[in-house]
Design a protein around this ligand. Sequence first.
Ligand code: CA
Length: 114
Amino acid sequence: MKTVWMGLVACGALGLAAQAQAQTCAHMFRNVNFGGDGVVAQDGDLVANIGSRWNDRVSSVTVEEDCFLQVYENVNFGGETTVLVSDVPDLMDWKNRISSYECICNSPGPPPRR
Ligand SMILES: [Ca+2]
C-alpha cells in the first residue's frame, strides 16, 4: 500500500501570512509635549467612550504616517469633532476635551463626519 502526501501544509502557511497584524495609528498623552502616560489607538479603532481614566484628559497626540485620528468632544462620537493627521504637542482648544475617537490608516481620506 502506498501513502500519498498532498500540499496541505503549504496551504496552511499561506493563510497565516495573509492575516494582517494590528498597526499603531496614534498615541494620546496625558500631558503636553507627549508627556505623562498614554493610550494607543490601533488602525481601525472605533472607540465610543475613551473611558473614565482618559475622558477629558488627553493633552497631546502623535499620529502615525498615513493615518487619521478623528476626535470627538463627547462620548458616542457626539459634539464637535476634528481630524488630526500629524503630531500635535499641545491640543490647545482640544486639550482635556476628547471623549471618543476613531483612527484609520492607509485610507484615501479621513473618516466621514458623523
Ligand atoms: Ca469631552
